[in-house]
Design a protein around this ligand. Structure first.
Ligand code: NAD
Length: 357
């Protein structure tokens, strides 16, 4: 049983902790929290041993028992998943190294702050075979792009990729983010950082990306154009993408207009926190002109990296190969399943209720 500590219990950390707790080969050694807010209370109620990153006294005032400090948590862990805000993880590396504890970091960290970057579909075996001990799970957008570019490269070859990323302004809990009423080229320079980030796990893919930020919180939306190495019809591409366990081909009959409907679909399916761990590719958006492939996909920024973190732990310190790990993670979480009693979109192909109904 791998004992995993989670440092930082916010949007990503709480989801990672729950995902680890669901795995048959892992247990949560504890979580580290800096502030005794509602999330600290929730962590305690969920049964996680809460460790105070700084002063423990305010936790007592908030009725959250403290199991120890961050040093105690790192010492008790076989591996730590750092889910602190961007830039904090890099500063924590020294502490993990002092305990000789391997660690995962999130996409907000610079690639060169860690030994390697990870995406389960792109480079699991490379990380598992290598000697990297401090590994960054790439960002939500990069995860979403890596999951589709890898199978496309394998099946047809990828000559050139161009993606416009329509980015949510902030997560639902980020009341301090914007824009409130604008549409921002973000960054205004082209290409955006997303393409180079894809190259940290897929070094040979030729990719240019543009970023736009909009007043939305639910998901990101990617407009993808890939020039393939060979001519292929759209149905073949649909099949290639549908074979991917972390790609959800949104069926035309579901009448999903956008992320708002996708989130409803996830909640109707009983998904925890309405999470969508999969890339959501609109089936009818897949189009091919000559060797140029086009499609739209939505990426749930709060959760698509969660199964990747679980796999990255096995690549780092476990003994499963990529295929075994992905199956184990998917099964434990319910990735690819939308079959609660109230939703039959993916499993039966039956008529899903339109949001207009
Ligand atoms: P968050 O702000 O929701 O959560 C971070 C948590 O860490 C908070 O609970 C905060 O109180 C705590 N914290 C702050 N300073 C700390 C410290 N010094 N030590 C321990 N904990 C501390 O942030 P998040 O959205 O979960 O992002 C975490 C990382 O995941 C970032 O690198 C981010 O770029 C990356 N990421 C975020 C998203 C997303 O859309 N939210 C998606 C993919 C990757």
């Amino acid at each position: 049983m791998l004992r995993v500590g989670v440092n930082g219990y916010g949007t990503i950390g709480k989801r990672v902790a729950d995902a680890l707790a669901a795995q048959p080969d892992m247990e949560v050694a504890g979580v580290a929290k800096r502030t005794p807010n509602f999330e600290a209370t929730a962590a305690h109620r969920a049964g996680y041993a809460v460790h105070a990153v700084s002063d423990a006294a305010p936790f007592a005032e908030a009725d959250v028992p403290v199991a120890g400090d961050l040093d105690d948590l790192v010492e008790a862990s076989d591996v730590v998943v750092d889910c602190t805000p961007a830039g904090v993880g890099a500063r924590n590396r020294e502490l993990y190294e002092a305990h000789d504890t391997p660690a995962l970091y999130q996409g907000g960290e610079d690639a060169d702050a860690t030994d390697a970057s990870f995406n389960a579909r792109a480079n699991y075996e490379e990380i598992a075979r290598g000697d990297a001990e401090h590994v960054r799970v790439v960002s939500c957008n990069t995860t979403g792009l890596s999951r589709v570019l890898t199978p496309l490269e394998e099946a047809y070859g990828v000559e050139k990729t161009r993606v416009t990323l329509v980015r949510r302004g902030g997560d639902p809990g980020q009341s301090d983010r914007g824009p409130i009423n604008d549409i921002l080229p973000d960054p205004v320079t082209v290409p955006s950082h997303h393409g180079p980030d894809v190259n940290t796990v897929l070094p040979d893919v030729d990719i240019d990306t543009l970023g736009v930020t909009v007043p939305a919180t639910l998901m990101h939306l990617h407009s993808v154009n890939v020039t393939l190495g060979s001519e292929v019809d759209a149905d073949a591409v649909r099949e290639t993408l549908a074979d991917e366990s972390r790609v959800f081909m949104v069926p035309e009959h579901a009448r999903v207009a956008g992320p708002g409907h996708l989130k409803e679909l996830a909640k109707d399916a009983g998904r925890p926190r309405g999470d969508l761990w999969e890339n959501c590719v609109w089936e009818e958006s897949v189009a091919v002109e000559g060797r140029d492939l086009y499609f739209f996909q939505a990426i749930h920024q709060e959760s698509d990296v969660v199964p990747e973190n679980v796999d990255a732990i096995r690549a780092l310190v476990g003994d499963a190969d990529a295929a075994e790990s992905v199956v184990r993670t998917n099964r434990a979480l319910g990735v690819g399943r939308f079959d609660s009693p109230t939703n039959h979109v993916a499993t039966t192909g039956g008529a899903a209720a339109s949001a207009d109904d």
